[in-house]
Write a protein that binds this ligand. Structure first.
Ligand SMILES: C[S@@+](CC[C@H](N)C(=O)[O-])C[C@H]1O[C@@H](n2cnc3c(N)ncnc32)[C@H](O)[C@@H]1O
Length: 317
């Protein structure tokens, strides 16, 4: 029996936000990032009549959550899918819409701890980082083949790396001597490329480069841009969507996607808002919510979380 150490981030807040939408007979929750099934387990325990559909692009995560959630078996469906395929996934199960949808973005502790997956900068591992196992380009492909301009863009935009040009140039210099294959060499090259004064603060300097590579390898932002509108399309009237992001670009995508439904484009001086332009989504959070100091001290992963939630209140035009 595997042990599950991943403590679900903002567990109670998530359940409280979901609760009003769970009163419907036959309520369905989609956990779009099933991971180790921590949030899913909390839902299935808290709402005994709810059915849960768990999606993950990582087959290993699905195997582990299948084991964890076995005792709820008639109420859980597991789907191997990328989360922009929520609509197709529900269709394949004959489900018209969902009353709760959760995204808990990023990587799971299992993916980080599993050395050969190559997500961790603190252990010697192959530069892989593919969430779906074995298809598509690896992190090694990115560092060994991308041009300087592309590397700078990725490091700057996805990793928020202030020294992106220095890191990109160091990568290119080193790969000409020998292509990168493992994390340790990349960690050393990044560390040496960053000014010594900065290196002394802010943890491992390779953290930002590894985050950038992970986002690029898995095309995470483009998938998220498609996924939130797809999820909103699948949300039942009165249904609630909750998204936990850990990085500002992700959070911005979520905020903008929600705005499409919460704002009317009718000029303020118009005497009335036409039916077709009425907001069909309502914010349940004021801006984004963060975790309390107590939660962060118990669960370090909560340190950078930003939670946004919304409720479907009408039909989109
Ligand atoms: C932070 S973990 C989720 C943890 C989960 N909430 C729990 O309590 O155990 C994120 C999960 O989302 C999955 N994931 C990331 N991007 C995905 C995508 N585009 N489509 C489907 N799953 C994805 C990852 O494989 C990982 O298992």
């Amino acid at each position: 029996m595997a042990t599950f150490t991943h403590e679900p981030v903002l567990r109670q807040r998530y359940l409280d936000l979901l609760a009003p939408a769970m009163l419907v007979d036959g309520a369905v929750v989609v956990d779009a990032t099933l991971g180790l099934g921590g949030h899913a387990e909390a839902v299935l325990e808290m709402f005994p009549n709810v059915r849960l559909v768990g999606l993950d692009r990582d087959p290993q995560a699905l195997d582990m959550s299948r084991e964890r959630l076995a005792r709820f078996s008639p109420r859980v469906e597991f789907v191997h899918a990328v989360y922009d395929q929520i609509g197709e996934s529900l269709d394949s199960l004959g489900i018209a819409s969902a009353h709760g949808i959760l995204f808990d973005l990023g990587v799971s502790s299992m993916q980080l701890d599993n050395v050969e997956r190559g997500f961790s900068y603190s252990q010697v591992a192959p530069l892989d980082m593919r969430m779906n196992g074995t298809t598509g380009q690896t992190a090694a492909d990115v560092v060994n083949t991308y041009g300087e301009h592309e590397l700078i863009q990725i490091l700057r935009n996805y990793g928020e790396e202030k020294f992106a040009p220095r890191v990109a140039r160091a990568i290119i210099r080193e790969r000409e001597i020998e292509p990168f294959s493992t994390s340790d060499r990349l960690v050393n090259v990044v560390r040496d490329a960053i000014p010594a004064a900065t290196r002394r603060t802010g943890g491992n300097p390779a953290k930002r480069t590894f985050q950038a590579l992970r986002i690029e390898v898995n095309d995470e932002l483009a998938v998220l841009e498609r996924a939130i509108p797809a999820a909103l399309d699948s949300l039942a009237l009165g249904g609630r969507i909750i998204v936990m992001s850990y990085q500002s670009l992700e959070d911005r995508i979520v905020k903008n996607a929600f705005k499409v439904g919460t704002e009317s484009t009718t000029p303020v001086d118009m005497p009335f808002i036409p039916e077709s332009d009425k907001p069909w989504l309502k914010f349940l959070t004021r801006g984004s919510e963060t975790a309390t100091d107590v939660e962060v001290s118990e669960n370090p992963r909560a340190a950078s979380v930003r939670l946004r939630a919304a409720e479907r209140i009408g039909d989109a035009a």
